[in-house]
Design a binder for this molecule. Structure first.
Ligand SMILES: C[S@@+](CC[C@H](N)C(=O)[O-])C[C@H]1O[C@@H](n2cnc3c(N)ncnc32)[C@H](O)[C@@H]1O
Length: 693
């Protein structure tokens, strides 16, 4: 959610002002539904001597943005003129003053900015070195991009594909944390008066400023002097005019943090189209009003509003519980209060995040992501996927109807996308693995139980973000027993190819497994795969077997692991519930069966979790419960969570060639449950993150 937009001065040209506004709006939509990510957009900014149309600093990368007032058919290349043909008119697209083309202009600006970004200490030299550039056309454009695929730092797009292109900017050296953003605001001397409040989540600044200066004394705020009356929203005050809701009740003194919080809630109401009023109570520094039924105060502010009809919408949007009482909805918001409220007195200064904590955060797998906007639009608006997590039918999907598949598409597809995207994105960030894959001309992927294909689209998106040379040579072989799911997957796959300009190839086969076998591959000439993926399917097979197919994780791997290429990786992932007929949960079964298989098959080794890679072959714990939580945001849901258990397995020789160093640290396989083999180590790393140190 946190987006901060700065503009030190307005642009001279109308088209620049328009493009700035459009990009801000797109960024606002992008970051509103992504609470764990941070982004700073600075428009019309002089960085040293370089005049930039914009610069974007996000968690995973930094990009200089050039605005171009063109559209139509555009040809872009390193050498020669860039041409636009629009409404019968042919024009040369200039790259600033002189005879530069936009490529040269972008290169000059990028080279000039890099040393400044590192000398100011805003970025590390490595991060600055990976600075990207985006050339964004103001009007709709079809771009023939002839720039060599080896030039990875430059992205050329129009406003329609701006967010998708921005999402693809990711640098292995960049994993900016909250404190990095604090430092960047400080080192780039971003003045609060330059903030474009309309687009910014200004409420985060109070934390940033508090942590940079740490001088704010808590302000005494007298609230509810008349002994905690519930807020009274008179009928007439729930106005049907179109203005923003009225802010805090007048008799409440406010400090800066409340002002910024009020502005944040105004933005939320306006984003949701709510015209009613709200009141905000500072429950961190004051007693909780007695009319509040929930005794669990989770956050510093209590928000109350008479807009009961928007309860669900607010809940979905904010992803936090919203309560209802006597015609009022209310919820806790703002900075979380970790301790019991009773122990938080009015004069307690908020705790600073200390350095070891943030080091730990860097050692954790990134587990949240967001659907690319093309995919979000396609599954909800065009295919009419529906979000409905209460749907009870989704333990068995083999016989799902077309309508069930649309609910699966709108609800569970994004979760499978997120699991797979985050897991593979981490794998591809390992230099030794990356260079190995980079040497390949083509990739072959096998998906067993592909369903509507969320797992495969997640994998493909991670591939595109991390590599450039597979654009023409990705082959996906997908097997599933449900014809409706396969046909939805085909549509999503086709749209993926069009939207990302990737001409990958899909081969599908409808097969119902009754015991695993490689017969399903017999129609295809390919017999070895760089990725073998099975997400949330083996558990269904176990459940449907009522005790006869309990060994399915073992059977699956025994059957398909030999189909891996020398450097192939197998991804087995499942939900963490349990089948009705067993007292064991799926993670118990997965751990026991795959450890057993690894003891028997000395050609293969687990890559992730790291502790199972190291200790799995000697681990005899038949009740090891593992779980990792991923979250995905999209237009229907913010931070939708999914708990899974998974393993990555590869050939032993290959795993050893990757040169991964085993961190001698404690590893938690499930919410603080430490793998007993690592219990005696000091420090802690995330066993799900490759490259942890
Ligand atoms: C929960 S969905 C997972 C789909 C996709 N892999 C994902 O992660 O979103 C499970 C899929 O397994 C398929 N499936 C279940 N049992 C099967 C069987 N015996 N043979 C073939 N497919 C099966 C279902 O049709 C369904 O599409």
């Amino acid at each position: 959610m946190p987006l901060l937009v700065y503009r030190p001065r307005n642009y001279d040209q109308t088209h620049e002002r328009e493009e700035f506004r459009n990009l801000c709006q797109l960024l606002k939509e992008r970051y509103y539904s992504s609470p764990d990510e941070f982004c700073i957009f600075i428009g019309n900014f002089n960085l040293g001597d370089v005049e930039l149309d914009g610069i974007i600093i996000k968690d995973e990368g930094v990009a200089v943005v050039e605005f171009k007032d063109y559209g139509g058919r555009i040809t872009a290349a390193e050498n020669g003129d860039w041409i636009s043909e629009e409404s019968g008119q042919r024009s040369v697209i200039k790259g600033g003053s002189g005879k530069k083309n936009p490529y040269t202009q972008a290169k000059i600006n990028r080279n000039a900015c890099r040393p400044i970004l590192s000398e100011t200490g805003a970025l590390t030299p490595k991060q600055a070195n990976k600075l990207a550039s985006m050339i964004v056309f103001h009007r709709p454009a079809s771009i023939e991009n002839r720039i060599s695929p080896h030039i990875k730092w430059l992205r050329v797009c129009d406003e329609r594909s701006f967010i998708d292109e921005l999402d693809l900017i990711v640098s292995s050296d960049c994993d900016l944390q909250r404190e990095d953003f604090e430092r960047i605001v400080d080192r780039l001397a971003l003045d609060p008066s330059w903030l474009c409040v309309r687009y910014s989540n200004v409420e985060v600044l109070k934390d940033i400023n508090a942590e940079v200066t740490n001088t704010q004394d808590p302000v005494e705020v007298e609230l509810f002097p008349d002994d905690n009356p519930a807020p009274v929203f008179e009928e007439s005050s729930i106005s049907d005019d179109n203005k923003s809701p009225a802010a805090l009740p007048m008799n409440h003194q406010q400090d800066d943090s409340q002002h910024t919080f009020v502005s944040y809630i105004e933005q939320v109401f306006s984003a949701l189209g709510i015209n009613g009023r709200f009141e905000i109570f500072d429950v961190k520094n004051n007693p909780v009003p007695s009319w509040v039924e929930s005794s669990i105060v989770t956050n510093e502010f209590l928000v109350a509003s008479p807009c009961v009809e928007f309860k669900k919408k607010i809940e979905n949007f904010l992803s936090r519980p919203v309560f209802e009482r006597d015609g009022i909805v209310y919820w806790f918001d703002g900075e979380p209060i970790e301790k019991n409220l009773d122990s938080v007195s009015g004069d307690t200064v908020p705790e600073r995040i200390d350095y070891p904590e943030s080091r730990l955060a860097q050692n954790r797998l990134k587990t949240s992501t967001r659907l690319p906007s093309w995919l979000d639009h396609f599954i909800y608006e065009e295919l009419k996927g529906r979000w409905n997590a209460d749907h009870e039918k989704f333990e068995f999907n083999l016989h799902s109807s077309q309508d069930d598949n649309l609910v699966y598409l709108g609800t569970y597809f994004p979760r499978s996308y997120a699991d797979s995207f985050c897991i593979f994105d981490n794998l591809f960030s390992i230099d030794s693995y990356h260079s190995c894959l980079e040497r390949k001309d083509s990739l072959k992927i096998l998906s067993i139980g592909c369903g509507t294909g969320g797992d495969i689209i997640g994998l493909l998106t991670a591939l595109l973000r991390n590599f450039t040379q597979f654009n023409n040579d990705i082959y996906v072989y997908a097997v599933d027993g449900n014809s409706h799911a396969l046909s939805i997957f085909k549509s999503v796959f086709d749209r993926f190819c069009v939207s990302t300009r990737c001409s990958a190839h899909l081969y599908v086969k409808q097969t119902v497994f009754d015991g695993f076998s490689t017969d399903c591959l017999s129609d295809w000439p390919i017999q070895e795969f760089d990725f073998i993926v099975s997400s949330k399917m083996i558990g269904e097979i176990i459940s449907s077997g009522s005790g006869n197919r309990d060994n399915s994780y073992y059977d699956f791997c025994k059957t398909f692991l030999p189909k891996l290429t020398e450097s192939g990786v197998c991804y087995i992932l499942d939900v963490t519930t349990k089948p009705l007929h067993s007292s064991l949960f799926f993670p118990h079964m997965m751990s026991e069966q795959l450890n057993r298989l690894m003891r028997e098959e000395c050609d293969f080794e687990v890559l992730v979790p790291i502790c199972c890679s190291h200790f799995g072959p000697i681990c005899q714990d038949s009740r090891c419960f593992q779980q990792k939580e991923f979250s995905v945001s999209h237009s229907r849901r913010s931070s939708d969570k999914c708990r899974v258990s998974y393993r990555l397995i590869a050939r032993k020789e290959f795993v050893q060639s990757l040169g991964l160093v085993f961190p001698n640290k404690r590893m938690s396989v499930y919410e603080g449950t430490i793998c007993p083999f690592t219990n005696s180590f000091d420090g802690e790393v995330d066993p799900y993150k490759l490259g942890s140190v």
